[in-house]
Design a protein around this ligand. Structure first.
Ligand code: AMP
Length: 184
């Protein structure tokens, strides 16, 4: 099963992804986690994307799509994945669809976590994970990038009738129950 977890920064995608992978025994594919690991390990990819992540900008579509295509070659994704933070542009969504078609696969569910903007800023500032992009400027930029480039991805999947909108306000367990219900 291929599940896309979608939502603005701070919506709780990472937290819900962790619960989903346990519930459905499918791996987590977070492009943000892959980039952060690459930066930490100072790999060529990490060196290339560090300034982009720090600024809250998007890594180029080509780089992201190549990365996901390569990652999906791993046998552990044979039964699908929970995609978190990808696709983040319509170009990525189109490339992802083409990639899945080539593999004889498809997106099975698109979960959109809905959280109002004031709540997002509050959550990001209080999550205290020490992410280098969690500065006020970084957050502002990520929200702007979300509105301009990522929100259209929701409209793209809506035209395909694949979107399940989930109220992202409540406890972690409450939100997870809503997701499970939407998937059942
Ligand atoms: P995240 O952990 O999903 O919030 O991602 C952290 C940062 O990684 C983002 O602000 C972007 O700089 C970069 N990033 C992650 N996923 C993508 C993607 N699909 N497309 C472009 N940039 C991405």
């Amino acid at each position: 099963m291929n599940i896309i977890l979608f939502g603005p920064p701070g919506a709780g995608k990472g937290t819900q992804a962790e619960l989903l992978i346990k519930e459905y025994s499918i791996p987590h594919l977070s492009t943000g986690n892959i980039f952060r690991a690459a930066i930490k390990n100072e790999t060529p990819l990490g060196v290339k994307v560090k300034a982009i992540l720090d600024a809250g900008e998007l890594v180029s579509d080509q780089t992201v799509v190549d990365l996901v295509a390569e990652e999906l070659e791993d046998e552990k994704y044979a039964n699908g994945a929970v995609f978190d933070g990808f696709p983040r542009t319509v170009v990525q969504a189109e490339a992802f669809d083409a990639l899945l078609v080539k593999k004889g696969s498809q997106v099975d569910a698109f979960i959109s976590l809905e959280v109002p903007e004031e709540e997002l800023i509050k959550r990001i500032l209080s999550r205290g994970q020490g992410r280098t992009d969690d500065t006020e400027e970084g957050i502002k930029n990520r929200l702007e990038v979300y509105h301009n480039e990522t929100a259209p991805v929701l409209a793209y999947y809506k035209t395909k009738g694949q979107v399940k909108e989930i109220d992202g306000i409540g406890t972690i367990d409450e939100i997870f129950s809503r997701i499970k219900e939407a998937l059942s």
